[in-house]
Write a protein that binds this ligand. Structure first.
Ligand code: 5AD
Ligand code: SF4
Length: 476
């Protein structure tokens, strides 16, 4: 194994499920682990440390994690030094059940303990040394996992991180676009959503820390920064001591952050996700008007077109207010491509409520949508709503909605033919030689042919073809 050798580089295998937040968390953990001499590996069998960063947003989430752990069990049996950890939202929400079902996990920790990972690892290694002294037969039947899932781990005396987690960049990947986490948690408590329970309350990163990370990434060659949070619009309200957007004297620290990031010369494009329409002021529309680096795409989750449903979901805006905010942005960016998240079959949703969603989607002309059938999340208020919608009705509504949007996306993509769009080239097309994929300013995927390596280039492209998923263009 060579662990006595100072120069020995340990290997970590990370498997990430779920949203961009989890992807960013995994990168953050790789940054921390890099300091401890861990390097990433794509092969679980080569790893000294296996980390499963999990997602709880879909049904049977724990089941999937447990079954993956079952596949990994032989590795643990072969190598008693192997450390296995489970992080993310399943770890946070179902730690006890996980610990019971899979006793050979070494660490279970929630999204609020990421900075403690080095600490936790050290404790497990120490403990395994002690165990070895007690008994030579270190087996998968050892003591229960270490479980750390309280919010703000400092209360438990585990947290010592004082300095900033170094950002992680894989030199081999040639990444053009990167997520930068700006706020974690959520204060909104939409009645269907587990996030406030798995990720805790909103906590913003200081602007200086964000800027340092952006500067680090652009020096590595990154051109596009995607600012990330469960609810980016409320960025910084906690830093200025405002309980919500309406008590911040018209200030929107998120808009200020957009100006700051825009001022970094090497940043070519800025995107952000996700926005809740209720934490939204005209200052954001002004930032769109002032800052050309902020791209012409906007993911603004609506969830439903019915005021009755929006109220029961505790979204804190009406359909009319949603359209009002959209207009603020469309007035300054007429070509902006909106996208959204929609839930069908929320408890109590009538045919009329669903029709209201369909009519909103028709009127909005979204570039694309993510649509979900409502499903129960343990511990959330909507679980207790009596009027759950039957599965077959949810299925039908989902199909109707997706079918409508499929036609709309195709229509919009075809309308791009003949236009010249500025494309940021992101990666090589693995299926064809001399072929590259990038995104237009409106966020549409564009395939371009060229014998030259175009990765990282911002180039004008004439659109000559289109299907449901991508446009095709040639260099002009
Ligand atoms: N059921 C269905 N969809 C959900 N989402 C969140 N919670 C649920 C749930 N219980 C969807 C919302 C959210 C997206 C990330 O996932 O649309 O915006
Ligand atoms: Fe969940 Fe609502 Fe917060 Fe989004 S805004 S993370 S849907 S509680």
């Amino acid at each position: 194994m060579g662990e006595k050798n100072e120069a020995y580089l340990k290997k970590v295998y990370i498997q990430t499920w779920g949203c961009q937040m989890n992807v960013a968390d995994s990168e953050r953990m790789l940054g921390l682990l890099g300091r401890l001499n861990y390097r990433p590996t794509e092969l679980a069998q080569d790893a000294d440390f296996i980390l499963l960063n999990t997602c709880h947003i879909r049904e049977k989430a724990r089941h999937k994690v447990v079954s993956r752990l079952g596949e990994l069990r032989p590795l643990k049996e072969e190598n008693p030094h192997l450390i296995i950890a489970v992080s993310g939202c399943v770890a946070q929400a179902e730690s006890q059940a996980l610990a019971k079902e899979v006793p050979y996990i070494d660490i279970i920790f929630g999204p609020d303990q990421i900075e403690d990972l080095p600490n936790l690892l050290e404790k497990v290694i120490e403990k395994s040394e002690v165990d070895k002294k007690v008994s030579e037969s270190y087996s998968t039947n050892k003591a229960a996992p270490m479980v750390i899932t309280k919010f703000d781990a400092k209360e438990e005396g585990y947290s010592i991180p004082i300095d900033v987690v170094p950002p992680y960049y894989d030199e081999n990947k040639n990444e053009v676009t990167r997520y930068v986490n700006i706020i974690k948690g959520c204060n909104n408590f939409c009645t269907f959503c587990v996030v406030p329970y798995t990720r805790g309350r909103e906590k913003s990163r200081p602007e200086k820390e964000i800027l340092d990370e952006v500067n680090f990434l652009v020096q590595k060659g990154v051109k596009e920064i995607i600012l990330l949070g469960q609810n980016v619009n409320s960025y910084g309200l906690d830093l200025i001591g405002a309980p919500d957007i309406h008590s911040s004297n018209g200030k929107l620290p998120f808009a200020d952050l957009l100006y700051t990031v825009s001022s970094v010369p090497e940043v070519e494009r800025i995107r952000f996700t996700t926005s809740n329409p209720h934490d939204f002021t005209p200052a954001l529309a002004k930032a769109f008007a002032d800052l050309p680096k902020v791209t012409n795409s906007f993911h603004l989750a609506v969830q439903s077109g019915s005021d009755h449903m929006l109220d029961r979901m505790n979204r804190q805006y009406t359909r009319a207010e949603y359209f009002e905010r959209v207009k603020w942005i469309r007035d300054v960016r007429p070509e902006i491509a909106f996208s959204t998240d929609i839930i069908v079959g929320f408890p109590g949703e009538t045919e009329q409520d669903f029709e209201d969603t369909l009519s909103l989607v028709q009127e909005m002309q979204y570039a694309f949508i993510f649509a979900f059938k409502y499903s129960i999340r343990k511990g959330t208020p909507a679980t207790r709503f009596k009027d759950q919608v039957p599965e077959d009705i949810k299925d039908r509504r989902l199909q109707t909605l997706l079918e409508f949007q499929r036609k709309e996306t195709e229509r919009q993509n075809r309308a791009e033919i003949g236009k010249i769009r500025e494309v940021l080239v992101l990666y090589k097309n693995r299926k064809e030689e001399n072929s590259w994929y990038g995104r237009s300013y409106e966020g549409r995927l564009v395939k371009v042919q060229s014998p030259r390596n175009l990765i990282g280039k911002l180039i004008p492209v004439k659109i000559i073809g289109a299907n449901l998923t991508a446009l095709e263009g040639h260099l002009v």
